[in-house]
Ligand binder design. Structure first.
Ligand code: 5AD
Ligand code: SF4
Length: 429
């Protein structure tokens, strides 16, 4: 979602006449788009700001003014900290209000030496104020839903991105058609809780994600569709059926489980059990036997015992995830779990994370090795690190590297996979 927001912010600035600087030392405006999901992500902002202050001072010695702005969820949660720890920041605005950047920059130009902090949850939708999404090239993100009403007890998102809102279907289809006209072949529909999407159609009727996916699939020229991130309890039968009916929908689903223990899921306020999760996976596999599952896990949630952690390991074995993200539980101020009394020791979290990741990574490697010899359609995105190589993505989001000139970038080509490592596959056109 932050990549998408950053693209939209870049488009706002381009409209105002800004150009991207090759070197940060040449930048008149430096913007940070930030994440507050875990402490590590938030702390990164403050260490980056420290570096940038030095650059701002160096530029001042050369007689150059530098405006520093912070955007995103850290602003929503820690605006006072930003003003205190980094007083040289000129403005800070949350993830729902960045469309106001032109106004903010205008005020800074007029009034000088002011610090503007905007943490509003506006009644209006930012999407109504943004310039057209001008992303070009192979794959694009498209935000269709934002915010979350689930209030998982560990999660800061409902407090930073606000309550769940869905964009109107016609606006989404308009943005999608534009993207396809720009040469986009794959669209990844985004939302914090994307599968509870309930946008209005042109007759003012609320429609669900299954309806939208079917509409999207009708767009000529669009070759691939994905949606991220889903909540297990919202995986209804109609949506599961899309994985059977819609050929453009890639056979890969990121469906966070968080924990395999029903006791911990309950304490997390997740509205599903591990058994229900397995049922959903079964149904998805019935709909499309080729589907590969991906997930998010948290280890060391307050009260997690060895037996609870073992239940997570059991689920990893049962579902056989082909890819997953895993994290140590991070206390987020203002969330219920942050003050639960039974916090897990850091040492235990670290050990559990290592055990879980070893298992997840070895399954990922196995899956990747299993692809050797197969022919897969790869959407090429960019030049590779080595000269004469390009890389792209498989239907399962694996990175695939081949020897080729740049003429195949932004195209889908069949590739025979010749080797498979943990992080990437190699192949031949
Ligand atoms: N601590 C650790 N991981 C978290 N996530 C969300 N909040 C926290 C937290 N407080 C993880 C969840 C979520 C992913 C985006 O980040 O696994 O699915
Ligand atoms: Fe956070 Fe996702 Fe839970 Fe919403 S569903 S509260 S975004 S973890």
């Amino acid at each position: 979602m932050n990549v998408y927001d950053s693209e939209r912010i870049a488009a706002i600035l381009k409209n105002m006449g800004y150009k991207a600087a090759d070197d940060v030392r040449d930048a008149d405006l430096i913007l940070f788009n930030t994440c507050h999901i875990r402490e590590k992500a938030a702390e990164k902002l403050f260490s980056d700001l420290g570096r940038i202050e030095i650059i701002k001072n160096e530029r001042a010695e050369r007689g150059l003014e530098t405006i520093i702005g912070v955007v995103g969820c850290v602003v929503q949660a820690e605006n006072e900290q930003i003003a205190k720890r980094a007083p040289y920041v000129n403005f800070a605005t949350g993830p729902l209000t960045y469309y106001r950047i032109p106004e903010i920059l205008q005020r800074i130009a007029n009034e000088k030496n002011i610090c503007i902090i905007d943490t509003d949850f506006p009644a209006e939708s930012k999407f109504d104020h943004l310039p057209q999404n001008d992303h070009t090239g192979g794959c694009a993100y498209l935000a269709i839903q934002e915010g979350c009403n689930n209030f998982c007890t560990y999660c800061i998102v409902p407090y930073t991105r606000g309550v769940e809102t869905s964009r109107p279907i016609e606006d989404i289809l308009h943005e999608a058609r534009n993207l396809v006209n720009n040469g986009v072949l794959e669209i990844n529909l985004l939302g914090q809780n994307v599968n509870s999407f309930h946008g209005e159609d042109k007759n003012g009727r609320e429609q669900n994600l299954a309806y939208l996916l079917n509409k999207m699939a009708e767009i000529e020229g669009l070759q691939r569709l994905r949606y991220t991130t889903s909540y297990p309890a919202d995986m209804n039968d109609e949506l599961i059926k899309c994985h059977h009916d819609i050929e453009k929908l890639m056979p890969y689903l990121h469906l966070p489980l968080q924990s395999g223990s029903d006791k911990i899921l309950k304490a997390m306020n997740r509205r599903h059990t591990s058994g229900q999760y397995l049922e959903i996976v079964e149904k998805l596999k019935e709909a499309n036997p080729n589907i590969g599952m991906s997930s998010d896990f948290i280890v060391g949630f307050p009260g997690e015992t060895d037996a609870d952690f073992q239940a997570t390991m059991d689920m990893v074995q049962k579902v056989n995830f082909i890819q997953a993200f895993s994290f140590k539980y991070s206390r987020r101020a203002g969330t219920p779990a942050a003050v639960y009394p039974n916090q897990v020791e850091e040492k235990v979290k670290k050990e559990r994370l290592e055990i879980l990741q070893n298992e997840l990574f070895s399954r990922q490697l196995n899956f990747n090795k299993g692809c050797v010899g197969k022919i897969m359609p790869i959407l090429f995105e960019s030049k590779g690190r080595k000269k004469g190589e390009i890389f792209g993505r498989s239907p399962y989001m694996q990175t695939v590297i081949v020897k080729s000139g740049t003429e195949n970038i932004n195209r889908i080509k069949n590739v025979k996979i010749t080797s498979g490592g943990m992080n990437a596959l190699c192949g031949e056109l």
